[in-house]
Design a protein around this ligand. Structure first.
Ligand code: ZN
Length: 316
């Protein structure tokens, strides 16, 4: 059993170490035949094949498209995609089994999860797997479990409450990470980045799966040292008469600029380490369209999200 120290003195215990050991033995036994069966090259376990999944929570595509993001742009310029669900939990549950945001009409690499994904779960590992365009085929309960079984380091940090590991309903998203950090509030990107930097500095030679969920762009759209009061939410579905679309736009754009600036050095470091990337939002927000506000509702404004993918040469 492995105990993972969490923020605020909480402790989270998982059976990860036992699972990882067993998974490693299975992985070592089948790597060669599996790679051959899948038409994939043999997996590298010496520093390559690392992935970063970064979700910028609630970020609308139109805000992304009209905001300067010079640091995110070093990874790639995002396309308009459709989120797999309308709020954080199901959207990430879908992403964690391979259904990332996508556009079925896009010809961009890894933009259509129906035909090409960075990672896919083998639903029935005993069944012969078909040749396909997916980069990785993982086995397990989700991709985090799958990367563990592959022998990778798995690190996660999520800021919105669906990533609070204290609660049974939220544990499916976090329980498989070998190392996990929950900052305790939406607006602690600096702490999340520092935690990841520390992990990278102590990193060994194994490939790494890194997950980050960023909360500054989530309602009430606030970042450290922002000039407005975070207790004032301009996008409250329970108080539609008090909401302010223009203020939502202004604040989320400012939060995205903050996020882009705070991620700059980390993105550069991850690229130097030859990580592949999938950066997206898990859903958008309604800002008064058809009288609707926020997310958790099926509306085009909620489903339109940015999607940035970049596959490192070592993983291509
Ligand atoms: Zn969300």
């Amino acid at each position: 059993m492995k105990t993972v120290k969490l923020h605020e003195g909480a402790r989270y215990t998982s059976g990860l170490r036992d699972k990882t050991r067993a998974g490693l033995l299975r992985w070592l036994a089948r790597t060669e035949s599996c790679a051959s069966r899948l038409g994939l090259r043999e997996r590298c376990v010496d520093g390559g094949d690392s992935f970063a999944l970064i979700t910028i929570d609630s970020l609308r595509f139109d805000i992304y498209a009209n905001t300067a993001t010079p640091n995110l742009d070093t990874v790639g310029r995002g396309i308009r995609a459709f989120a797999p669900a309308n709020f954080t939990l199901p959207s990430h549950m879908a992403m964690f089994v391979g259904f990332t945001p996508g556009d079925p009409l896009s010809g961009e690499p890894f933009a259509n999860p129906k035909t090409q994904r960075l990672w896919k779960m083998a639903v029935n590992p005993d069944r012969k797997l078909a040749q396909n365009n997916h980069l990785l085929e993982l086995e397990g309960e989700n991709i985090v479990d799958g990367f563990n079984r592959r022998g990778d380091d798995t690190w996660g940090t999520g800021s919105v409450r669906w990533f609070n590991p204290k609660f049974p309903a939220t544990r499916p998203l976090v329980q498989h990470f070998q190392e996990y950090y929950y900052p305790g509030r939406l607006h602690f990107l600096e702490d999340q980045v520092e935690w990841v930097d520390q992990k990278l500095s102590a990193r060994g030679s194994r490939p790494t799966f890194l997950f980050m969920n960023i909360g500054e762009t989530h309602v009430p759209y606030w970042h450290k040292d922002a000039a407005w009061d975070p207790r004032c939410n301009p996008c409250d579905p329970k108080a539609p008469d008090q909401n302010d679309r223009d203020e939502c736009m202004r604040r989320q754009r400012a939060c995205l600029e903050y996020v882009d600036a705070k991620l700059g050095a980390l993105l550069q470091r991850l690229q130097q380490l030859e990580f592949s990337f999938l950066i997206c939002s898990d859903h958008g927000d309604c800002w008064g369209e058809d009288g609707l506000w926020e997310h958790g509702i099926n509306h085009p404004a909620v489903f339109e999200v940015p999607l940035i993918t970049s596959v490192a040469a070592s993983s291509a």
